[in-house]
Design a protein around this ligand. Structure first.
Ligand code: GLC
Ligand code: CA
Length: 517
């Protein structure tokens, strides 16, 4: 386990939209490099960059055409390598995005695999034996290749699934996960990982990590592959971090991931704290929305169970959002977001901040889909640095920007929040600093919820000697938890302890150090 993860705070960068250094309207590596000091000042010490590899960009780069080549629009491999080095000098680790489940249909492996004549890449993807055969249980693309067969898709039709085999075999064209073709796919992905680790990256965020072996209900065969990959890494790159997009820590951590994201799936606990919407009124009702009232136990029960299951072996990653979810600001006002961040940055695990969330950037609804974004497009707009042209993102003509910037008069910017101690940006910086200063707030360690509010009561939890208390409601509130000194940190009014009860003002947050007797 890489030790640095214990104190990691991640910042996710969607490279298209962070900073455009050469004025062509799209973010680039040189731009990320110029903004490294911003990330450092925020208090993040690790970055995850969405895929920046050569691609036709039908899914924003999750459709990789060449795993070993930086897309020219972002720069060169050399520039990326220099970026790793410069980040390292600033104490910032960099994870790349690994897409092991599929490639672009323009990848040369797929071009070869599509040929009628059998060749060594014929089995790199999953094909049926004839174009007339397209089983209903999976997404297939029919009649698009010279080869007589249909290919299985992992996401969009431009993303053919790489072949890691099938666990349950129900058709003659399905091959087992220990078939030589499946093993070669695994080796090819290991080779990609080694390539970038040798170049100086610190590990990978792994896209759709659970998607490798098909008909693998319990994921045991997929886990076996990750165990093999982990063994290779442990031998050659023991410091390489692996973080999965799986949303099932009890499966991801035992097979070699160091952390697993909680994703915004309806019915999953994480959904209820930040992004829940009332079906009828369309009002946000997540626990951290002041009008909220979502039952916190829906999250607490899941988290507590997962935390106990994976204890000390890995981390749960809570995210402010990502490039797939509507931005937090869509569900919350700025005061509410402060409390949501206070929670995110004092909980156990490895927290992730999605670029722009730290200033409260808005989700921009109604944008024309860009690069397969569809409704996700509104979450991927350019970072708002200041009130200059294109909000400081790019010197290009506004019409040639990757996506438009927020047109509203009060669009938040870094510059307008930078020196204001009450701004969201300042609060997020303060919370990152608090997390770094208090070792009990690091990734692992003793943790318990002291209250599990069902109707919007205050939330209180303990991390070692620290007591953390949040009242997200618009109303004052109290709970039967006494403290005997003032808080070491707070947002909003300081809660008061009276008659062994802690009384909170509306929308307040405080951290106390408990005295040991
Ligand atoms: C993951 C990515 C998403 C992408 C999909 C297919 O969910 O986060 O952006 O479209 O995988 O690769
Ligand atoms: Ca550029």
């Amino acid at each position: 386990m890489p030790e640095w993860l214990e104190n990691a705070i991640f910042y996710e960068i969607y490279p298209q939209s962070f900073f455009d250094a050469n004025g062509d309207g799209i973010g680039d590596i040189a731009g990320m490099r110029q903004k490294l000091s911003y990330v450092k000042e925020l208090g993040a010490n690790a970055i995850w960059i969405n895929p920046l590899f050569d691609s036709p960009f039908l899914d924003a780069g999750y459709d990789v055409r060449d795993y070993k080549k930086v897309a020219p629009r972002y720069g060169t491999n050399e520039e990326l390598i220099e970026f790793f080095a410069e980040a390292r000098c600033l104490g910032i680790r960099v994870l790349l995005d690994l897409v092991p489940g599929h490639t672009s249909y323009e990848h040369k492996w797929f071009q070869e695999s599509s040929k009628a004549d059998k060749n060594e890449l014929s089995g790199r993807y999953i094909w049926t034996d004839s174009v007339w055969e397209a089983p209903p249980s999976y997404k297939f693309v029919c009649g698009m290749a010279e080869r007589d067969g249909n290919y299985l898709v992992n996401f969009f039709s431009s993303q053919p699934a790489l072949n890691y085999g099938f666990h349950e075999i129900t058709e003659p064209w399905q091959k087992p996960s220990d078939h030589p073709d499946a093993i070669r796919t695994k080796l090819a992905i290991m080779d990609v990982m080694a390539f970038w680790l040798d170049a100086g990256c610190d590990g990978f965020r792994v896209d759709m990590a659970d998607s490798l072996v098909k008909n693998d209900e319990e994921k045991t065969a997929t886990q076996r592959i990750w165990r093999d990959i982990r063994a290779m890494l442990d031998e050659k790159y023991p410091e390489a971090a692996l973080i999965s997009e799986w949303s099932c820590p009890q499966r991801a951590i035992p097979c070699g991931f160091h952390a697993d994201f909680y994703l915004d799936h309806i019915g999953k606990g994480y959904h209820h704290i930040f992004r829940s919407i009332d079906e009828k009124t369309k009002e946000p009702v997540g626990f951290f929305a002041a009008s909220g009232r979502e039952d916190f136990s829906l999250f607490a029960e899941e988290f507590t169970a997962d935390y106990a299951r994976i204890a000390e072996q890995g981390y749960i990653s809570l995210i402010s959002g990502n490039h797939d979810t509507p931005r937090l600001r869509h569900f919350m006002s700025i005061p509410e977001m402060k409390l949501a961040f206070a929670f995110l940055l004092t909980m156990p695990g490895v927290p992730f901040i999605y670029y722009g969330d730290e200033i409260g950037m808005r989700y921009l609804p109604g944008l024309r889909s860009k690069e397969g974004g569809y409704q996700r497009t509104g979450t991927r707009t350019p970072m708002q640095w200041d009130d200059s042209l294109n909000m400081g993102f790019s010197t290009a003509d506004a019409s040639s920007l990757y996506l438009p910037v927020d047109p509203s008069d009060d669009a938040p910017t870094v510059a307008s929040q930078d020196t204001d101690p009450e701004s969201l940006l300042s609060v997020v910086r303060g919370l990152c600093a608090l997390r770094h200063a208090e070792k009990e707030l690091s990734g692992n360690g003793p943790f318990a919820f002291l209250t599990v509010p069902k109707h919007g009561e205050p939330l209180v939890y303990q991390r070692g000697d620290l007591l953390i208390a949040i009242n997200p409601s618009r109303e004052p509130a109290a709970c039967r938890i006494p403290v005997d000194a003032g808080p070491i940190y707070h947002i909003g009014e300081i809660p008061v302890c009276q008659d062994k009860e802690l009384h909170f003002a509306a929308q307040s947050f405080a951290v106390y150090r408990l005295c040991r007797n």
